[in-house]
Design a protein. Structure first.
Length: 131
């Protein structure tokens, strides 16, 4: 932890390191193996503008990283019913960092099986279905 003034604070790198320790990252090839599993949900946490430019995983739900807490909380009016604690949640972004951080948030909120599947370009390069 970095010391700033009289208080301890975390750097972005420290947040990311912590998230990577908590949320396992799998290869795109492994993640493609989950694609047809009805117990798996794919969440793209990139900004909707980025998704519009590049596309996403076929059938993935786009939930911006900045909104994930509201979408994941069944007690809010913003809850996204796609997010079920009994399912495997595969999180993707552009390179894997935002997916790790969003995945950690989901784990903190009681989602037990959360996986970082890295970046969308890796998914495409591995032959994953897109739209």
């Amino acid at each position: 932890m970095s010391k700033r003034g009289d208080r301890m604070s975390k750097t972005a790198s420290e947040y990311l390191q912590e998230a990577n320790q908590i949320v396992p990252r799998v290869s795109s090839d492994e993640a493609i193996g989950y694609f047809d599993d009805p117990g798996t949900v794919f969440i793209d946490v990139r900004d909707s503008g980025d998704v519009a430019k590049t596309g996403s995983i076929k059938g993935a739900t786009n939930i911006n990283r900045g909104f994930i807490e509201f979408a994941a909380d069944a007690t809010t009016k913003f809850h996204n019913p796609v997010l079920e604690k009994s399912k495997r949640i595969c999180v993707i972004c552009a390179a894997g960092g935002q997916a790790a951080l969003a995945g950690k948030t989901l784990k903190d909120m009681g989602y037990t099986t959360v996986i970082n599947i890295g970046g969308f370009n890796d998914w495409k390069a591995a032959g994953g279905e897109t739209e």
